[in-house]
Design a protein around this ligand. Sequence first.
Ligand SMILES: [Fe+2]
Length: 131
Amino acid sequence: MCGGETRPKCADDLFCGVNSVADPANAPDLAKKHTPVITAPDSVAKGECFEVTIEVGKLLAHPNERAHYIQFVDLYADETYLGRVDFSAVTTCPVAKFCVALDHVHEGLRAFASCNMHGVWEGNKALTVTG
Ligand SMILES: [Fe+2]
């Protein structure tokens, strides 16, 4: 699944549903600040651990203040939940590393980042599992 696909959502309400854009690098600043960027291999071996990094603010820095910060990131393989990292305002940066081992994947990795002021944002990365 790629960003920008449409699910039922109020276009003018950031807290309705999940916000996503097809091309975060060429999107408005709001999307650049909030879209979680996934760094992972393009292809992995079945059952072998690999590292996944999720970073919010990689495209454009997001504030990290008590009144405005990234609360957590979630990682999924397609629709399958893999894990969550919670953050504290000011003292932790919104960067998370996961070690993941998959036996299969249909399309790829999905990350969700929650900003206390701007709702939940989705980022994607295609991935194949071989063997
Ligand atoms: Fe925000």
